[in-house]
Design a protein around this ligand. Structure first.
Ligand code: TXA
Ligand code: MG
Length: 330
C-alpha cells in the first residue's frame, strides 16, 4: 500500500466539534472518499455503497481480498426494499432490532453493485444506531458500505486511536466518537424457512433472536468459515494466544513473558508479566466492550503468549468466545 495522506482525527465531543466533524465527513463521502466513523459496535471504514470507485477504495485501504463482501448500512427503513427483498420475518427482526447491531443477509436488488457483495446474490444490510453514524448516513441519503476499520485479518478497532494505528496515512479522516458501546461486531443472521442461521455471533444474542424464529444453527462454531470473511484466523493479535479455563493451571517457562486475560480468576500467578481483566463484576456486556481494547494492549506488551480465560457461552459470551477462538487459531 503506497498512497500517503495526512490522517486527521476529528473530535466530536462538543456540539461545535461534532457539527464540524460531520460536515467534513459528508464532504469527503460525497467526493467518493473513505472515512472512518464510529458505530455502536466497532469503528467502520465507510464509503458510498452505490459508487464503484468509492467501494474499491475500501478494499484497497484495508488490503481486503475482493471475494470478501461488505455490509451495507441504510439511511432509514425506506431504503430496505430498494436494496433487498424482505419477508415477514425480516420485518419483525428490523422492527425489533433496528437501528442496532443486527446484520441480515438478504437477496439483493440490482441497485447494489456487485463489488459490494463480491458477486454474491445476497447483500448484508444493517442500520446503525450510533448518533454520529446515523446522522451522516441520513444526510448523505445513500447507503454506506462499511467494514470494520482495521487492516484485513486484524483486531477490529473500538476507539479512534485504534483506527489511527491501523490506517494512518491511508485515509483522510477519522471521526472520534469515543469508545464504542458494544465492542464486538454486529450479529449476522441469514433468514431461512421460518427460522434463521446465525452466521456471526454478536451483541444481539441467540436468546433474543429465538423469540422471532427457530435458530437452525450457529455457523462457524467449529472454525469452519461459512461467511466468506469469517476466516478462522480472524481478529488475530500478533502474539500467540492460548484459551484456558484457569490461568493458575498454566506454568510460565523460565525467561518467557506471559500475559493474562482474566475472567474467572481473581488474579494471575506472579510470574505473569502483564494482566488485564475483561470485567471486574464478570458482566458479559462490559467484557465484550473491553475485549478488543485489552487484546490490543496485551498484543503491544511484547509477550511470548497471551493466556485468555474462557467465558461462559451464554448471551454475549458466545460472541466473546467466537472472537477468542479465532484469535487463538494459528
Ligand atoms: O458491526 C459491524 O458489523 C461492523 C460495523 C462497522 O458495521 N462491520 C463489520 O464488517 O464487522 P466486516 O466487513 O468487518 O464484517 C462483515 C462480515 C464479513 O465476514 C463478510 O464476509 C460478511 O460479513 N458478509 C458480508 N456480506 C455478506 C454476504 N452477502 N454473504 C455472506 N457474508 C457476508
Ligand atoms: Mg472485520
Amino acid at each position: 500500500h503506497t498512497t500517503r495522506v495526512k490522517t486527521v482525527i476529528a473530535p466530536a465531543a462538543t456540539p461545535n466539534e461534532r457539527a464540524h466533524a460531520i460536515s467534513r465527513a459528508l464532504a469527503l463521502l460525497r467526493a467518493g472518499e473513505v472515512v472512518a466513523l464510529p458505530t455502536e459496535t466497532v469503528y467502520g471504514l465507510a464509503a458510498d455503497a452505490l459508487s464503484l470507485e468509492a467501494v474499491a477504495k475500501i478494499f484497497e485501504t484495508k488490503e481486503r481480498p475482493r471475494f470478501d463482501p461488505l455490509i451495507v448500512h441504510l439511511p432509514d427503513f425506506s431504503w430496505l426494499p430498494r436494496v433487498a427483498t424482505t419477508s415477514a420475518l425480516v420485518e419483525k427482526l428490523t422492527e425489533n432490532f433496528w437501528p442496532g447491531p443486527l446484520t441480515i443477509l438478504l437477496p439483493k436488488t440490482s441497485l447494489i453493485p456487485e463489488i459490494v457483495t463480491a458477486g454474491l446474490t445476497t447483500v448484508a444490510v444493517r442500520m446503525s444506531a450510533h448518533p454520529i453514524f446515523s446522522e451522516i448516513v441520513r444526510d448523505l441519503d445513500r447507503p454506506l458500505a462499511a467494514p470494520s476499520a482495521n487492516r484485513f485479518g486484524r483486531i477490529s478497532p473500538t476507539m479512534a486511536e485504534h483506527v489511527f494505528e491501523e490506517l494512518a496515512g491511508r485515509i483522510p479522516l477519522i471521526v472520534d466518537g469515543g469508545a464504542t458501546e458494544h465492542g464486538v461486531e454486529s450479529t449476522i443472521v441469514r433468514p431461512e424457512k421460518n427460522g434463521m442461521i446465525i452466521m456471526r455471533a454478536g451483541p444481539i444474542t441467540r436468546e433474543q433472536l429465538a423469540e422471532f424464529g427457530e435458530i437452525h444453527r450457529v455457523a462457524g462454531n467449529a472454525l469452519r468459515p461459512e461467511a466468506p470473511g469469517q476466516l478462522p484466523s480472524h481478529y488475530a493479535p500478533r502474539t500467540p494466544l492460548l484459551l484456558a479455563d484457569d490461568v493458575a493451571q498454566i506454568t510460565v517457562p523460565n525467561e518467557k513473558r506471559y500475559g493474562a486475560l482474566l475472567w474467572s480468576s481473581e488474579d494471575a500467578p506472579r510470574d505473569f508479566v502483564a494482566k488485564r481483566r475483561l470485567s471486574a463484576t464478570r458482566n458479559l456486556r462490559e467484557a465484550a466492550a473491553n475485549l478488543f481494547r485489552v487484546l490490543r494492549e496485551l498484543d503491544g506488551a511484547g509477550l511470548d503468549l497471551i493466556v485468555a480465560e474462557a467465558v461462559p457461552e451464554i448471551g454475549l459470551g458466545m460472541a466473546i468466545m467466537d472472537r477468542l477462538r479465532r484469535a487463538a487459531h494459528r
